[in-house]
Design a binder for this molecule. Structure first.
Ligand SMILES: [Zn+2]
Length: 161
């Protein structure tokens, strides 16, 4: 299902379990935030097709963190450069503010763009991310949530809706 969040931002939400994907189109670039689970591969491709995009049109993939339900379709996008916790400082998008928010996982990221907070699995509409997973850093979650709470955003776009 495709929801238009802003003229340049679409939310792609799927039937099977897996992260919600966001498509952001700025500066002639097609950017995906997360790529969901394998189970949602066909639906992801169909949604992009409806938005007149081929897999090759995706230039940049940003991964909020490396859990399996967020990154299993990266390989579909052969022209995309993938950014995650390790290389996020090289992200060539000045419009994005990047926040490292360990807690749910050590490598969790959040992004602020045009009044929208992309919060991955750190903050949801009705709660916060789990911190009892093997990759979690529970002692850092509160600080990360406080960081996000202090931000001036109008729309929350989490990794699961
Ligand atoms: Zn996760």
């Amino acid at each position: 299902m495709i929801n238009k969040i802003q003229p340049s931002v679409h939310q792609l939400h799927f039937k099977e379990f897996g992260s919600t994907v966001y498509l952001i189109q700025i500066d002639n670039q097609n950017i995906l935030i997360d790529t969901s689970s394998k189970e949602n591969q066909q639906e992801l491709l169909n949604d992009l097709k409806q938005l007149n995009l081929n897999p090759d049109d995706i230039n940049i993939i940003i991964i909020t963190h490396k859990h399996w339900d967020h990154n299993r379709n990266n390989n579909l996008f052969e022209n995309a450069k993938v950014f995650d916790f390790k290389n996020i400082d090289n992200l060539p998008l000045k419009q994005f503010k990047i926040f490292k928010v360990p807690g749910h996982s050590k490598d969790s990221l959040a992004f602020l763009y045009n009044g929208i907070l992309f919060s991955g699995d750190t903050l949801f509409h009705n709660g916060i991310g789990r911190t009892d997973l093997p990759e979690s850093e529970p002692e850092k979650m509160e600080e990360s949530l406080n960081k996000l709470k202090s931000l001036d955003y109008k729309i929350l776009c989490p990794g699961h809706i």
